[in-house]
Design a protein around this ligand. Structure first.
Ligand SMILES: [Fe+2]
Length: 366
């Protein structure tokens, strides 16, 4: 068993203001990386700006990160950081902004690399230190060594390695309180997918299982509230946020399995939000695990206070069905896309091309 997770994580209400001096310990100039308006609306950007101001740290804001960020925007952010003389990067947002911040830190430290060069992952200088401020309860990027970035051909791909751990993650659940129901649902099922996929990976360890099972146990109550059409309470928001962090800790050990890989396709080709795109495949994952693990799956899930049937019902209540269909030929033609994909062979019991064909037909062929 191996476990390594070198991120200082601090959570709680007011955590950014309380840690202004820690922010200043990374340097006197920083680039703040955000998406559109979310970082401002939830109060995180103002809190970070005030904390930096109180310490005399100068900053510039790069708000050019879009959902499923491209490697080109990371190069753009890297140039801006370099021009400004940034000594560290602060990412504020959901998974897109946090993942982009990680690659911008690499780009800023390796200015000779263009988008293609970054994608070949052949940098020599260590990235700038990264501070992450999560504003959704889903990604877990705050604690993972992963950045998912859209490559020059339009496909989502993972960067993975010790360069992608944040130096510091600050999580204030208040920032998630302004999220509307659909974003809360999509990011919440993403967190649930991280826990379940980690649990049902061949690479799971006792440590990753502990995180995954505790994550599932915490996510259940707030996600039931969301499935019932209500926003989570303030207390449930905190439980949900911590559940997403536990999911991130679980996948920092195991990575994800087939629902995430197939979910990337649904996002790239059909525009589904990341969490919903992955969750569409979770009932199939549970059925697959039930067939290959039998009583062991039930025994595991009972430790989180649930069972395969209740979990499937909850996921289906939270996840809108994709509004398109495929012909049998179209579904079958997709299968080679995941030929020899590690995420499929890492799924407990392994997923064969025939089984994958069946999953795609069942979901998308009327
Ligand atoms: Fe995810």
């Amino acid at each position: 068993m191996e476990f390594y997770l070198p991120v200082r994580l601090l959570t709680g209400r007011g955590v950014v203001a309380q840690n202004a001096a820690r922010l200043a310990s990374f340097g006197r100039r920083c680039l703040i990386v955000t998406g559109g308006s979310g970082a401002k609306r939830c109060g995180a950007l103002d809190d970070v700006a005030a904390a930096l101001g109180s310490q005399g740290v100068q900053y510039r804001i790069f708000d050019g990160v879009r959902p499923n960020p491209s490697v080109f925007s990371c190069v753009e952010g890297g140039r801006l950081a370099l021009d400004f003389g940034a000594e560290f990067i602060i990412g504020i947002g959901g998974g897109s902004a946090l993942d982009a911040a990680k690659l911008i830190a690499v780009s800023a430290a390796n200015p000779s690399l263009d988008a293609q060069g970054l994608y070949r992952k052949n940098w020599s200088n260590a990235p700038l230190p990264v501070v992450l401020v999560g504003t959704t309860a889903g990604t877990g990027s705050e604690v993972t060594p992963v950045a998912v970035i859209t490559d020059p051909s339009g496909r989502k791909n993972s960067f993975h390695g010790e360069d992608f751990y944040a130096a510091l993650s600050l999580g204030d659940p208040r920032y998630t309180e302004s999220l509307p129901l659909s974003v809360t649902a999509s990011t919440g099922v993403d967190a649930l997918a991280h826990c379940l996929e980690s649990l049902l990976s061949n690479t799971a360890t006792d440590v990753s299982r502990a995180f995954a099972l505790q994550g599932i146990a915490q996510l259940l109550a707030p996600l039931r509230t969301v499935a019932g059409g209500s926003l989570p309470s303030v207390q449930e928001r905190e439980v949900l946020y911590h559940g997403s962090i536990l999911g991130g800790m679980a996948i920092s050990v195991t990575g994800t399995v087939f629902p995430h890989k197939l979910g990337y396709w649904l996002t790239e080709e059909h525009g589904l939000p990341h969490g919903f795109a992955c969750a569409v495949f979770l009932p199939a994952l549970l059925r697959h695990a039930d067939a290959s693990m039998g009583a062991e799956l039930r025994a595991l899930l009972s430790r989180s206070g649930t069972d395969p049937e209740s979990l499937t019902a909850l996921i289906q209540a939270l996840t809108p069905r994709p509004d398109f269909t495929l012909t049998e030929a179209e579904a079958d033609a997709l299968v080679p896309r995941w030929e020899n994909n590690a995420a499929l062979s890492k799924t407990v019991g392994g997923v064969s091309p025939d089984e994958l064909r069946g999953i795609l037909r069942e979901l998308f062929v009327l």
